[in-house]
Write a protein that binds this ligand. Sequence first.
Ligand code: AQP
Length: 332
Amino acid sequence: PERVFSGVQPTGNLHLGNYLGAIRKFVTLQQSHDCLFCVVDMHAITVWQDPAKLRAQTLEIAAAYLAAGIDPDKSIIFNQSQVSAHAELAWIFNCVARMGWLNRMTQFKDKAGKDKERASSGLFVYPNLMSADILAYKATHVPVGDDQKQHLELARDTAAKFNNDFNCPDFFPMPEPLIKGAGARVMSLKDGSAKMSKSDPADNSRINMTDDADMIAKKIKKAKTDPEPLPGDIEGLSGRPEADNLVGIYAALAGVEKEQVIADFGGQGFGVFKPALADLAVEKLSPITARMREIQGDETTLEKVLKDGAQRADAIAAPIMREVKEIVGFLV
Ligand code: AQP
């Protein structure tokens, strides 16, 4: 059976990239697959998180899942630290994956910054925890943005090495990424070559899921562009990363191809295109933002959804972990 696992970190500033690249895809996938959608709080603490904020941000992601349309009766919504399999399998994978593999991960290089000596050891082994997230459920498909492709390849390598080292062919499946489609890579509004990111200190580099209509319009109006009008064909976007990004965001929000956006707006200046994009963004995002606020107001229900999800997730992972431990030679 095909099983989907994916997660979002509760690190604050949930943005349009997270929505278009991940959460919106989750909603569609739950129609065709068994899905687990996790709030990955253990990943979040690889960089310092204020405990009170972490708690609030965890509830915020759960509220975003529900507000976007993930149905907790159909899909499993839970937070990572409530299911022990994640930490247990991550440790085993720390002993399977090689230092050389981790050394090649570009996200560590980006996130650790210049002073790698001061990065947490958790940040370095983060990809092993991600492999554990997926494989503790023998998930077969992982919807993620383009930025997570390298980590998913590492998860496949780890699954293959485990199956090979312990002579248990096919024990872990090779998880497939589901990356394609509009919105897989939303770039910063201030720099078309950097991805839109929660941790960018410039708030106007991203559209937050909590921004109101005025804020969304203001940020789009101020987004960096070049002085040329939109090109008459799609090839004309090459070498124009900011224009390409705004056209891509429009296409993803409207649910059409970029070609269609160019057919509609080619030759128009940003004075016309930006207000149209702002209207579309507000139209698509404000109902979700409003629902998110409403859901966040009822913490008891949110906590109940997470608790129930954790129990259902544990029911899948526990028997798999028991087998893993037997395979490794741990007494169970
Ligand atoms: N800019 C993006 N475009 C498309 N998809 C994106 N994702 C993140 N940024 C973009 C996807 O969102 C999901 C959840 O991401 P995460 O919480 O694991 O955070 P991240 O990938 O580390 O990226 P962020 O949100 O920008 O955080 P920081 O600033 O900490 O790096 C993933 O599926 C991701 O691909």
